[in-house]
Design a binder for this molecule. Structure first.
Ligand SMILES: *Cc1c(COP(=O)(O)O)cnc(C)c1O
Length: 477
């Protein structure tokens, strides 16, 4: 399998090259040249999941996309990653029925209690494998509004050949998230709190990555959701969810996905393109509703960071959905010239693009299955309360956005609707207290985490100062 850039660079690359690279040199995102079709092997994949488990299913799906790691090594990587010891259950992503036809798929039982562990734990092992094989080093530069950062750091701490420079918006993460990240004392982990919002952090990462000389000299890589390997890891749990919620391969399901950067649901799009019987992919946003606006109107209008609201589902407080370009590429029939004009010219010149009159947009629901909805702070509170009162289950604020939108869209007699549970409530306890009048349950291993010593440096939203920090850190070692 070879990979191309959405923006038309003629180069074709193999998996392990784009693994370490992140953004393509032309500013585009990597995608496989085609999506392998699994329709004929769906029964086999179901048997693999049921009899050999999640790790073997992951191996089967990943090997369709990775041909530059020997099969025995790739199998060892997935089996070392997706264990009961790390993810809490044999199912790895267990589903439970909340009410008739509405299911939750638990993706947040990994070390940092958010779905990003699903991809990041694999990425940590892939990086260590490939860097060791090459005798190389990598400096990971990332931006986080909370969950990415801790998931990356818990996946990379102690790994050979890797340093992590993680930018987060100063003072905007929950106390629990800050404690999780900043309490890590490993020498290869650098926490950098930026005086700005998440998009400022993301802009700095993009600016540094676009400086090709610096990127090469300091071996800069990324773990943000634009990394194809992360997306690929996430494809697997759409299959695992499907196999748990259905009994035959002729059934359809739909997924509702609490969305920010469009990474999680983009993996659902890939699964659907491969032939997994997904009817609808429901994008659930919070008040930062650029994606809901697009799927309702055809207008994509990213916000400025000043217009990005700080909400109680902060991991979705995103104004530009960095993976969205991948879907638009497929929507346009993979016309990279057209794609490039939209993202590099139209957006830059007028601040939005409008596909409302484009027949490909008008036909998208039928072809790609996307619908959308929006949830607000009062919706989250009401949903968290209702789910507790009706089902005695605690859900986190992001999952609540998903459940709220899923309940609006799902009809009781329709195909099963799986809502992806993207975090556990303890990460966002202030809102749980507001909704339920008490603290959420806290897994024992996190007792007292807020009181641990913190390791973090505060910087203004300035590209040069971040570069200087990286230069110094890599010289010392
Ligand atoms: C990252 C995250 C999201 C958004 O996922 P995207 O892939 O950015 O769309 C939703 N919920 C939680 C808890 C997250 O950490």
């Amino acid at each position: 399998m070879l990979y191309l850039s959405t923006r038309g660079d003629p180069a074709r690359k193999r998996f392990c090259d784009i693994l370490l690279e992140g953004l393509a040199p032309d500013g585009g995102l990597y995608l496989p040249e085609h999506y392998p079709n699994i329709t004929a092997s769906l029964p086999q994949l179901r048997t693999i999941y049921q009899q050999q488990g999640y790790a073997e299913l992951a191996f089967a799906i990943l090997s369709l996309y990775i041909d530059d790691i020997p099969a025995s090594d790739l199998r060892a990587l997935t089996h070392n990653t997706y264990t009961k010891a790390v993810f809490g259950t044999d199912a790895i992503t267990p589903v439970r029925e909340l009410e008739k036809g509405l299911w939750l798929e638990g993706l947040s039982n990994g070390p940092t209690l958010a779905f990003k562990d699903m991809a990041m734990q694999l990425l940590g092992n892939l990086f260590e494998y490939e860097l060791t094989r090459r005798g190389a080093e990598l400096n990971i530069l990332g931006a986080t509004s909370g969950d990415t950062g801790s998931a990356a750091e818990y996946a990379m701490c102690g790994k050979q050949g890797v340093r992590v420079f993680m930018l987060s918006p100063h003072g905007r993460m929950s106390p629990f998230q800050q404690a999780q990240m900043f309490s890590l004392q490993d020498a290869n982990i650098y926490n950098i709190a930026i005086e700005g919002v998440f998009d400022d952090c993301q802009d700095i990462v993009k600016a540094v990555s676009n400086d090709l000389t610096f990127k090469q000299q300091y071996k800069i890589g990324t773990v943000n959701s634009i990394n194809w390997a992360r997306l690929l890891a996430q494809v697997v749990y759409y299959f695992a969810g499907y196999f748990q919620a259905t009994t035959t391969d002729s059934e359809q399901v739909s997924f509702t996905v609490p969305s920010g950067n469009f990474g999680n649901i983009c993996a659902g799009h890939v699964a659907r393109q491969m032939g997994l019987p997904i009817k609808q992919l429901v994008v659930a946003t919070n008040e930062n509703d650029v994606l809901d606006e697009f799927f309702k109107t055809g207008v994509y209008r990213p916000r400025s960071s000043a217009n990005t609201l700080e909400t109680s589902s902060p991991s979705m407080d995103i104004s530009k959905a960095s993976n969205f370009e991948r879907f638009v590429f497929d929507l346009l029939g993979r016309d990279s010239a057209e794609l490039k004009t939209l993202f590099a010219t139209t957006l830059a010149e007028q601040g939005y693009f409008d596909l409302s009159a484009d027949p490909r947009f008008i036909a998208q629901e039928e072809r790609f299955g996307f619908v959308s909805g929006k949830s607000t702070h009062p919706d989250r509170l009401a949903t968290i309360r209702a789910v507790w009162e009706q089902h005695q289950q605690e859900i986190d604020t992001h999952t609540a956005d998903g459940v709220k939108v899923a309940r609006e869209i799902h009809k009781p007699d329709a195909e099963p609707m799986l809502v992806l549970e993207t975090a556990l409530p303890i990460k966002f306890s202030a809102t749980i207290v507001e909704a339920l009048g008490r603290e959420p349950q806290r897994p024992a291993q996190f007792d007292g985490i807020e009181a641990l010593p913190k390791r973090v440096q505060v910087l203004p939203a300035d590209v040069q100062q971040v570069k200087t920090l990286i230069e110094k850190a890599t010289q010392v070692a």
